[in-house]
Ligand binder design. Structure first.
Ligand code: TPP
Ligand code: MG
Length: 600
């Protein structure tokens, strides 16, 4: 049989190195599904439960592998379902290609069933490149351009495939005549460094600084060794935006940890007292956690010119690859003789880890959520891949997990969508079947979509060389992160009507699918449950009953927030008693010192 457009689409994608497509079928992509069956050697098609999960998996795949993630959905409802996961990829600058079906050309414009204006629908999320294939001859250029633009711009692109076009005879090479386009596959990453003059200016500023602070993000993911050299030369510490948590291990003595609401006191202190800020590969959004305008001289390094100078008034913006730019910068930097700033940072960090331990070990009813991550951290297998959800799990992941060399981790950073941790972990498992992904997820997030994706795990887990894959559900029967936001930002008490969520037997549910399920109701069982999951011969869901009254408060708290917090309690918060009992020590130990210094 001669190749159809669908066969050629797949063959061309495989020339781009694509080996896996996350998706869900529908009659709008019948032709492509047929071609997938005809080419099992080229692709693995991962069948999810909901198209949003396919898009999150493509995003997670891109995050963990650095490759282009590909997802596919049918026309109309399938395409619409992809959107949230695609925005996750776009906002965290991940290359993802979405392939969606469309009504046949003969029906388009006829208000046909499932006909949605997909060009317009995807115009925002895939604004860099979204095109409809209306003729077989276009297929090659559409694939080549969609892949290249997604990789080069680290963004989302989209190819819309009307269903009749999928079955046309393939045209692999356009005729050599007017009105044709002749493209090739492959993207070759450029070597990008700033000019010598700008590098020297940056070095002069950094050499003059007495108290330098470095902030890194996901853009520094491969630059750990270079960041370490710079931090050693400049005698400073390194804070990490949440997406950059895996860029540098947390067991280095100068890594201050996270910054921001989910951050640490050493990061806060370093930012508030530095005289020079070097920001690498980060678009960390919360300006109140960066130095005050005028306090520090700023230098930013980013590969994307659109992302520089938007968070702090930088004196110098360097456009370049983080690894290559830092390598070019290092020979120009001088060893800081005075090490007192660095020593202070290191001692802050040592104190901070004691605070974390004390907080994690504080009693709670029934289990302190921070204790779960505290127990998990030293047990993490080498090269573990972590994901955390939007919700309080992001706090515990950010603060308590000590990331080691070789591990990976991510969250839905800029979109901060609920429901990313589970699909990220599944995508990680497909990409690295010999490693152990661990998803930290709230019960709200797990109910939103994690439960269904356990069915996807059931479908595939026996194919994985190492079947271990762990989902830890923080069962607090509350949309707890928002409950705390209500208390602290709005001064409202917990509102059960919007915040309480039902309990459900997550472990028993996992068992019903043939997975391992472990229910944990006492702190003394947490470690053993994690050990069991890490030595199981199948994926495991740990259902751990955590206390919603343990505060997720930031390392500093403003006077306004403190006032709101106490006002909420006075307003008869239903959990008032529990909070006072369980959290007051936390407040005093880890948080009020920040208040004392900064917000009087
Ligand atoms: C799709 C989506 N809907 C709503 C939110 C707002 N939101 C952020 S955190 C959160 C609560 C999450 O609850 P849960 O998953 O149970 O985690 P917990 O905070 O209780 O640990 C909500 C509703 C969001 N970020 N994304
Ligand atoms: Mg919850």
């Amino acid at each position: 049989m001669a190749d159809k457009v669908s066969d050629f689409l797949l063959k061309r994608l495989s020339e781009w190195g694509i080996r896996r497509i996350f998706g869900y079928p529908g009659d709008g992509i019948l032709g492509i599904m047929g071609a997938l069956e005809r080419h099992p050697d080229l692709f693995q098609f991962v069948q999810v439960r909901h198209e949003e999960m396919a898009a999150f998996m493509a995003s997670g795949h891109a995050k963990f592998t650095g490759e282009l993630g590909v997802c596919m959905a049918t026309s109309g409802p399938g395409a619409i379902h992809l959107l949230n996961g695609l925005y996750d990829a776009k906002m965290d600058h991940q290359p993802v290609l979405a392939i969606v079906g469309q009504s046949a050309r003969s029906a388009l414009g006829g208000n046909y069933q499932q006909e949605v204006d997909l060009m317009n629908l995807f115009k925002d999320v895939a604004g860099e490149y979204v095109h409809t294939c209306t003729d077989a001859v276009q297929m090659r250029q559409l694939v080549d351009r969609a892949c290249r633009i997604a990789l080069a711009e680290r963004t989302v692109t989209c190819i819309i495939m009307p269903k009749d076009v999928q079955d046309l005879d393939a045209v692999e090479k356009p005729p050599h005549k007017h009105n044709t386009v002749h493209t090739s596959a492959g993207y070759f990453y450029p070597y990008t460094i700033p000019s010598k003059e700008d590098l020297q200016r940056a070095a002069d500023i950094l050499n003059e600084g007495k108290k330098v602070a470095i902030l890194i993000g996901a853009g520094a993911m491969d630059a750990g060794p270079e960041v370490t050299k710079v931090a050693n030369l400049l005698g400073c510490g390194v804070a990490k935006a949440l997406l950059g948590k895996a860029a540098l291990p947390d067991d280095l003595p100068f890594v201050t940890g996270g910054l921001g609401l989910l951050g640490t006191t050493p990061s806060w202190n370093m930012m508030m007292n530095c005289d020079t800020l070097l920001m690498v590969g980060s678009s960390f959004p919360y300006s109140e956690f960066l130095p005050k305008e005028g306090q520090a001289r700023g230098i930013q390094i980013d590969i994307d010119p659109r992302m520089v100078g938007i968070r702090y008034p930088m004196e110098l913006n360097l456009i370049g690859d983080s690894v290559q730019t830092l390598r070019a910068l290092i020979p120009l930097l001088h060893w800081k003789q005075d090490r007192s700033w660095r020593e202070k940072i290191e001692s802050d960090i040592r104190d901070w880890w004691k605070t974390v331990e004390a907080r994690a070990k504080e009693s709670a009813d029934p289990i302190n959520p921070e204790f779960v991550t505290w127990e998990l951290s030293p047990r993490l297998p080498d090269k573990a891949i972590l994901s955390a959800d939007s919700g309080t799990t992001a706090n515990w992941y950010g603060r308590t997990i000590k990331m080691r060399q070789g591990m990976k981790g991510s969250v839905s950073g800029s979109l901060a969508s609920l429901g990313a941790a589970v699909p990220y972990a599944i995508a990680a498992k497909f990409a690295y079947p010999d490693r152990v992904p661990i998803a930290l997820t709230g019960d709200g997030a797990f109910q939103m979509n994690g439960l269904n994706e356990m069915i996807t795990v059931k479908k595939y887990w026996k194919e994985w060389s190492d079947p271990r894959l762990v989902f830890i559900v923080f069962n607090n029967q509350d949309l707890n992160q928002v409950t705390w936001e209500m208390r602290i930002e709005a001064g409202d008490p917990k509102l059960p009507m919007t915040q309480s969520i039902p309990d459900m037997p997550y472990a028993a549910y996992a068992e019903s699918l043939g997975l391992r399920g472990i229910r944990v109701e006492k702190p003394e069982d947490v470690g053993r449950a994690i050990d069991e999951a890490l030595s199981a011969n199948c994926p495991t869901v740990i259902d751990v009953y955590t206390d919603p009254d343990v505060p997720t408060l930031p390392p500093h708290i403003t006077f306004e927030e403190a006032k709101n917090y106490s006002t909420a309690l006075l307003h008869m918060d239903p959990d008032e008693g529990g909070i006072i009992k369980e959290s007051i020590k936390s407040l005093v130990e880890g948080i009020l010192p920040g208040l004392g210094e900064k917000d009087k």
